[in-house]
Design a binder for this molecule. Structure first.
Ligand code: LIP
Length: 271
């Protein structure tokens, strides 16, 4: 039987699962972390914690909603089929894996629930600090019980813009050229290393905007809902949906000037 549920019910499940998962990640970090394997390149690492946390999330979701589909960074869709009108959970067990490996306090468990292809609930929990961002579609964005609103900055030249870089050296070279051309036209750039957290910081104006090429669904799903519900426009270029080609997350007043610059710099292009 395909069973959906109200977004708030799905959010409450996500919060419970993400809190336990973040506790596991935090414990494993304290016990010592090393690289378990590499993926797309020698710098695209996965740790035993990434794998253990995703397995924990999958087991917890299977206990409460066994008929749901899943999509995780480490184990993909597993044995579940397409959501087929039901719920699909989108999991990044540790977003900001390199930060986690180095002990930098900027990495998060990201868990979202998608119904009929639309993300309707999401939670992002910083493993190191315990900060927790949540959102439901139409229900607003929150951090630790505080309702969020995005930056009110209107001048791109005064905007603090977060971004990130891929693991492929050829892509990084293209992205470096883009940011080198952009930086004279904004207040400054921040590269902190976890897309889900970057999107959440943009949701509360701790950066004014964010963009990045190369995000996977699990990087974007929960943080993208938090940013959208906080009032940012979260899209790709030229009206395309946000996705691997490009994610731009900006308040309405900054979106067009930032979009125009990124389009002119071919920010969605390159390898
Ligand atoms: C990370 C993203 C980040 C990007 C990093 C990396 P991961 O995800 O969240 O925005 O710049 O290169 O892809 O690999 O830590 O899950």
């Amino acid at each position: 039987m395909i069973r959906t549920a109200p977004p708030q019910e799905l959010l409450e499940i996500a919060i419970d699962v993400a809190r336990d998962a973040a506790a596991t990640a935090h414990r494993m970090r304290a016990e010592g972390v090393s690289v378990a394997a590499t993926k797309s390149t020698a710098t695209d690492v996965v740790t035993a914690a990434d794998r253990a946390v995703e397995r924990q999330v999958l087991d917890a979701l299977r206990r409460v909603r066994p008929e749901d589909a899943v999509l995780g960074e480490e184990y993909g869709a597993g044995e579940t089929g397409p959501a087929a009108g039901g719920v699909r959970w989108i999991i990044d067990p540790i977003d900001g894996t390199v930060n986690y490996l180095y002990g930098l306090p900027y990495c998060a468990v990201s868990l979202a629930a998608e119904v009929d292809g639309r993300v309707v609930a999401g939670v992002v929990r910083n493993v190191a600090t315990g900060e927790e961002w949540t959102a439901t579609a139409g229900g607003g964005a929150w951090r630790d019980g505080e309702r969020l609103g995005c930056s009110t900055e209107t001048d791109l030249g005064q905007a603090l813009v977060a971004t990130g870089f891929g693991y492929d050296p050829r892509r990084r070279a293209h992205q470096a050229r883009v940011v080198a051309e952009l930086i004279p036209h904004v207040r400054d750039i921040r590269r902190m290393g976890a897309a889900a957290l970057d999107l959440c910081l943009a949701a509360e104006g701790r950066v004014d905007a964010y963009y990045e090429k190369g995000l996977a669904a699990w990087d974007l799903a929960a943080g993208g809902l938090v940013a959208t519900e906080a009032g940012l426009r979260v899209t790709g270029l030229d009206g395309r949906p946000a996705g691997p080609d490009l994610v731009i997350a900006a308040p309405p007043a900054l979106f067009e000037p930032l979009h125009t610059r990124l389009a002119a710099l071919d920010a969605s292009g390159g390898p």
